[in-house]
Design a protein around this ligand. Structure first.
Ligand code: SF4
Length: 526
């Protein structure tokens, strides 16, 4: 067995903050259901890889998915079918189909009832497992619901048990946080109290100063975030915007001490000078200025994925601007205060203007604005207000740009609102395709005529598919299989229009079905 030539080349470029071991009595394959470049940009995947390799006698190898590539591990080129346990970290609905494609490439039967002792046990963890695992229940043996820190030791115990498939599943079903459809039933009817409890710290007291802050295990130039040391500075968000899955799933918020974060950064500094701070709301961290100042002292180039509008302050912008950062992303979400209040986004128009002025005054030349159409209660006026808000900010950019001699570009990036499980909007419908198309076309037309504005709109087909994957249940297994066999999503949306509408807009098809318990109702936090 040898890694593929491509993987060997990639492996030669990797540098580790903690070197994984290569030999041990037990092996596990941990997959990311997308390319190496995307998988290695995912902190959750990188962290679980590290945690598994720390278990004595257990070796964890990685695998990724790319169409047409062999289903083998990255490190040794071992066929996936040879492993006793295949685990995936699944953090995006759109990657669900890639799990089935991987099984096809590995010649492992996709349906769990077609597998026996000759085949690997399949386990899926990550955000999607705890959001709504129902779509994958016909295929996956075990779902791990919760944080890697809590669940990895239990997975390791199972792997080291030497159990047959049947005993393995029975043992997993007795572990808190593990959902085993073959034993618990597709809606966990047979689980204790009919629910599966997510395993995660439920109090800030669980985060001691000795808590190890998750960070990148392998640095590589070949990711979307080349050579960047990713480090999680907090988990959860206090804002609780009503559409935001992460805020509700991760609550209560956990913020890691600046001293622990900076220690990791100091240790990793000889390996890289690029750092990416990961959090649902980066600048909400009470010690953010200490963290940024410490990183700046260590001469790190700091990247923030996006910044909460109310947290924008001069000292933060100064640090970012001093190291040459010129682009920033913020999320007003809606074009006026009424709709922002409705979705619980606490940003007034005046605050938005004031913070944008501060950003442009610090020399930033690109401001990305995350916005949504199709939000609950949205009116045509709300959509028109997106245009006037951007026009307003553009005026500010022009006024501030005059002094600097360069006008900043505004990038309104408009997505369709997609209702997510476990949020107050989980029962909301996706807006109709026609209205989404109309609104996005209107915005595109309006922004085309505005200088220094570059509009980005989401594909409506993609929005419908994502909304379907987010809320579907096991009855859509045949649709996923068709997608895995290569039927284009466009065709699936057309051929299964009614069935997909019953999930994304239930009241439009069958009002009685809309009142049924959600497929994810058995997932509980306590
Ligand atoms: S501010 Fe951002 S991270 Fe926080 S709840 Fe709102 S959308 Fe989620």
């Amino acid at each position: 067995m040898r890694p593929t030539d491509k993987n060997r080349e990639l492996a030669l470029l990797e540098r580790f903050t903690e070197t994984p071991k290569r030999f041990g009595a037990y092996r596990i394959a941990l997959g990311f259901p997308n390319s190496y470049e995307i998988g290695m940009s995912n902190l959750g995947f990188q962290w679980v890889y590290r945690l598994l390799n720390r278990v004595p006698d257990l070796v964890c190898e990685r695998f990724f998915f790319e169409d047409g590539e062999p289903a083998v591990t990255f490190e040794t080129g071992a066929p996936l079918s040879e492993f006793g346990l295949l685990a995936w970290s699944l953090s995006w609905e759109m990657d669900v189909v890639n799990i089935l494609k991987t099984l096809r490439a590995a010649r492992v039967p996709e349906r769990r009832d077609a597998r026996d002792d000759r085949h690997p046990v399949l386990l899926v963890g990550g955000d999607i497992a705890r959001m709504n695992p129902a779509a994958l229940t016909p295929f996956v043996d075990i779902f791990a619901l919760g944080d890697g820190e809590r669940l990895v030791p239990r997975i390791a115990e199972l792997v080291q048990s030497g159990f047959s498939r049947e005993d393995f599943l029975s043992a997993a079903a007795r572990i808190p946080g593990f959902f085993v459809p073959a034993i618990h039933g597709p809606r966990a009817e047979a689980a204790e109290s009919g629910k599966v409890v997510i395993q995660q710290p439920m109090s800030r007291r669980d985060i001691t100063p000795f808590f190890e802050v998750p960070h990148t295990t392998a640095l590589t130039p070949r990711t979307e975030l080349a050579e960047k040391l990713l480090i999680e500075i907090s988990r959860g968000c206090t804002e609780m915007c009503r559409f935001c899955w992460a805020a509700y799933a991760m609550a209560p918020i956990k913020q890691y001490p600046a001293s622990s974060i900076l220690k990791i950064e100091r240790d990793a500094r000889p390996l890289t000078d690029r750092v990416g701070l990961i959090a649902t709301a980066v600048c909400d961290h009470p010690e953010i200025e200490t963290i940024l100042a410490g990183l700046s002292e260590l001469e790190f180039h700091i990247a923030l994925s996006s910044i909460k509008i109310d947290a924008i302050e001069a000292p933060i912008l100064e640090i970012l601007a001093r190291q040459g950062e010129r682009a920033l992303a913020i999320a007003p979400e809606a074009g006026n205060e009424r709709l922002r209040r409705h979705i619980n986004k606490k940003v007034s128009d005046a605050m938005l203007r004031e913070k944008a002025r501060l950003v442009f005054a610090h020399g930033f030349t690109r401001l990305k604005l995350y916005l949504q159409v199709g939000l609950p209660t949205e009116t045509d006026q709300d959509v028109r207000d997106i245009v006037s808000t951007v026009a307003d900010l553009r005026e500010i950019a022009i006024a501030e740009g005059r002094a600097a001699g360069r006008v900043a570009q505004l990038v309104p990036s408009v997505n369709a609102f997609i209702p997510k499980p476990h949020t107050p909007y989980e029962d909301e419908s996706l807006a109709s395709e026609e209205s989404l198309k109309e609104k996005l076309a209107f915005l595109q037309h309006e922004f085309e005529g505005m200088g220094n504005v570059a509009f980005r709109g989401m594909s409506v087909g993609e929005a419908v598919w994502e909304a379907y994957l987010a809320k579907m249940d096991e009855t859509g297994a045949d649709i996923l299989e068709q997608a895995a066999s290569g039927v284009p999503v466009r065709r699936l949306l057309k051929e299964h229009r009614e069935r997909i509408a019953a999930v994304v807009r239930p009241e439009s098809v069958n009002p009685a079905a809309a009142a049924a318990p959600a497929p994810w109702a058995f997932i509980s936090k306590r």
